[in-house]
Ligand binder design. Structure first.
Ligand code: NAP
Length: 261
């Protein structure tokens, strides 16, 4: 049993849907005060309503992770509403699928600005609001795509997700004197609204390629993030955990077939 995060102020970027919503729900369920951040207020406010209906504490903040002014405003809202920032879950991300030869520079920039620069801006904005005595926690949502695997149509995405880990390792060193840790969860394929858009055929084939024969749940990522955010994980920084049902393990299709007997 981990020490309670009850009463901690948590910011979750990209919390109106998918994995971020799962993180927000799980952290709020553990008694944290959650700031739900997204660009579109409707889905964000729905997340807040769901958390409040379940007895949790949450507020919505409209924010765009690719904007420095917006991230500064977000951190100020957390300070004013929830008394500071104990935990930042930098989760917002996009994954449009475009082949390299078709991709234009605006499409590249949009993904890098959201996923990578957005991580930097959220972290930079939140650090000054973290407890001066130490104990601040930052958890990034990276991916297996990029750091470990490749997937056609996602060169920009893979670069952004690998970039987050490069950013994290040096940030871990710079933040260590402030007793702030920064770690990353690397999800495999998680059942979210975002993946629904890729179609049933994609989902079926993806499920078949995962040794545990199911897509992950948003809670699977949330519990890994919760561990990194815990007091017990206080000696872990600059590290990653893969949460993918074993997806990166098979060396070949033969390995998967042999498992099935
Ligand atoms: P999702 O369901 O599409 O949700 C994305 C969330 O991010 C939404 O709340 C969206 O709200 C927000 N968002 C997007 N752009 C933003 C911006 N510029 N500023 C602020 N918020 C923004 O996505 P997901 O599948 O949960 O993915 C969440 C994270 O997990 C991403 O970093 C993704 O790379 C990573 N991941 C996902 C999977 C997976 O299988 N789903 C696998 C590996 C990694 P608004 O549109 O209203 O802003």
């Amino acid at each position: 049993m981990l020490t309670s995060i009850e009463g901690k102020s948590v910011i979750v970027t990209g919390a109106s849907k998918g994995i971020g919503k799962g993180i927000a729900r799980v952290f709020a369920g553990k008694g944290a005060k959650v700031l739900v951040v997204a660009r579109h207020p409707d889905a964000g406010n729905e997340t807040v309503d769901e958390i409040r209906s379940a007895g949790g504490t949450a507020a919505f903040c409209q924010g765009d992770v690719s904007s420095w002014e917006s991230m500064q405003a977000m951190a100020r809202v957390a300070a004013d509403t929830h008394g500071g920032v104990d935990i930042l879950c930098a989760n917002a991300g996009i994954f449009p699928n475009v082949q390299l030869t078709e991709m234009n520079s605006e499409e590249w920039d949009e993904v890098l600005n959201t996923n990578l620069k957005g991580t930097f801006l959220a972290v930079k904005a939140c650090v000054p609001h973290m407890p001066k005595g130490g104990g601040g926690r930052i958890v990034l949502t990276s991916s297996i795509t990029g750091p470990i695997t490749g997937d056609p149509g996602w060169t920009h995405y893979g670069a952004s997700k690998s970039g987050q880990l490069g950013f994290m390792r040096t940030a871990a060193l710079e933040l260590a004197p402030h007793k702030i840790t920064i770690n990353a969860v690397m999800p495999g394929n998680i059942a979210t609204e975002g993946l629904d858009g890729l179609g049933q055929d994609y989902l079926d084939k993806m499920t078949a390629s995962i040794p545990l024969k199911k897509l992950g749940r948003v809670e699977d990522i949330a519990y890994a993030a919760l561990f990194f955010a815990s007091e017990e994980a206080g000696f872990i920084t600059g590290q990653t955990v893969v949460v993918d049902g074993g997806q990166v393990l098979p060396e070949s299709l033969m390995a998967l077939e042999e498992m099935e007997g």
